[in-house]
Structure formats: structure tokens, C-alpha cells
Design a protein around this ligand. Structure first.
Ligand code: AMP
Length: 185
């Protein structure tokens, strides 16, 4: 089993690249954002709890997200591994993930580096195209701020453990995919 985390700020292209990597290497693509949006559209109890937080670009409670991830790992434990997308976002989540996977394989982190100016432009465009309600300017600013404060510090944690690979995320989808693929092989 091999596990990966696709890492980077909102708008870096994590979802697109995670999907391509999952197809190429036969991994489960586990996106906590997608799973939470599914809870909202099914109007589950969790969905009702998290809707407002997500609309504001806030972070959903670690306990909720950790429980969702644990369920998914247990349900899909037969495959070649996972690529985690949008998770972990806090140190508590990072430690939880390592604890869940420790007996199998600790995930390697694939970090997409994209400048802030480019992120703002991409997210504005995505908001117009995808209709994702949290891709508006105010929410985007909040998500970028939370990324800097709570999520980016995880890079130090992974670098210290020699589990961090960073690539330039500013090329075309195919260019970035090739960079990632070369690192995984
Ligand atoms: P994403 O699709 O990864 O951009 O996530 C969309 C939104 O879902 C985020 O802005 C958060 O509100 C919520 N979310 C997704 N993943 C997490 C996570 N690991 N921890 C906390 N909140 C999350």
C-alpha cells in the first residue's frame, strides 16, 4: 500500500491532480471537501452542521473530518492506497492520519507551489465556472488566511520527517502532472 497527500493552498489544483494521480496509480481519491459537500446535498445531520462553516470558508471541526476519513479508510482498505485531498488541514488532523495509517504506510506529501496572486485569479474563475458557493472573494480570502495560519505550518512537520516533495504548481495541468508523476514512480 502507498499513500499520498496532495497539499497546497485553495486553488492550487489539488483536486484535478489528485484525480489524475488516482487514475494512474490505482489509488482511492479521498477529498474531504467533496465528502462534506455530499453530506450537505444529502441533508444529513453532519451536512446541516457544516453548511454554514463551509459557506464562510471556515474549517470544519477536526472531530467531524477525522471521523469521515476513518470511515473511508476502513471501507476501502483493500486498494493500492489513498491520495488525500484537502486533508489534513490542521496538526490534529495530520497526527490523526498518521495514527490511522501507521501500520500500513505513512503518506508522502506532494506539495503544489502556487503564488497568491495566481490563486486569487484561479479561484475567481472557478467561482464563475463551477458555481461552488464558497468561491467568492470574501470566502476565498478567509480560506487563504486559514491556509496560511493552520495548514501551511504542516509543511515543516512533514519536511522534518523527510516526507515532503514540493513541485511548481504554476504550469499547465499536464506539466504539473508530469512533475508529480516523476516523483511518485
Ligand atoms: P475543499 O474542497 O478542500 O476546498 O474544501 C471545501 C471546504 O470544506 C473548506 O473550505 C472547509 O470549509 C471544508 N473542509 C474540507 N476539508 C476540510 C478539512 N480537512 N478540515 C476542515 N474543513 C475542511
Amino acid at each position: 500500500m502507498r499513500n499520498f497527500i496532495i497539499f497546497g493552498p485553495p486553488g492550487a489544483g489539488k483536486g484535478t491532480q489528485a484525480q489524475k494521480i488516482a487514475n494512474e496509480f490505482n489509488l482511492h481519491h479521498l477529498s474531504t471537501g467533496a465528502l462534506l459537500r455530499e453530506e450537505i446535498s444529502r441533508q444529513t445531520e453532519i451536512g446541516q452542521k457544516v453548511q454554514k462553516i463551509m459557506d464562510q470558508g471556515g474549517l470544519v471541526d477536526d472531530s467531524i473530518v477525522n471521523a469521515i476519513v476513518k470511515d473511508k479508510i476502513t471501507q476501502n482498505s483493500q486498494g493500492d492506497g489513498f491520495i488525500f485531498d484537502g486533508y489534513p488541514r490542521t496538526m490534529a488532523q495530520a497526527k490523526n492520519l498518521d495514527a490511522l495509517l501507521t501500520a500500513k504506510a505513512l503518506p508522502l506529501v506532494l506539495n503544489l507551489e502556487v503564488e497568491e496572486k495566481e490563486l486569487m485569479e484561479r479561484l475567481k474563475l472557478r467561482g464563475q465556472e463551477s458555481g461552488r458557493s464558497d468561491d467568492n472573494e470574501k470566502t476565498v480570502k478567509n480560506r487563504l488566511r486559514l491556509y496560511s495560519e493552520q495548514t501551511r505550518p504542516l509543511l515543516d512537520f512533514y519536511a522534518r520527517q523527510k516526507r515532503l516533495i514540493s513541485v511548481n504548481g504554476q504550469g499547465t495541468i499536464e506539466e504539473v502532472f508530469q512533475l508529480l508523476r516523476n516523483q511518485i514512480k
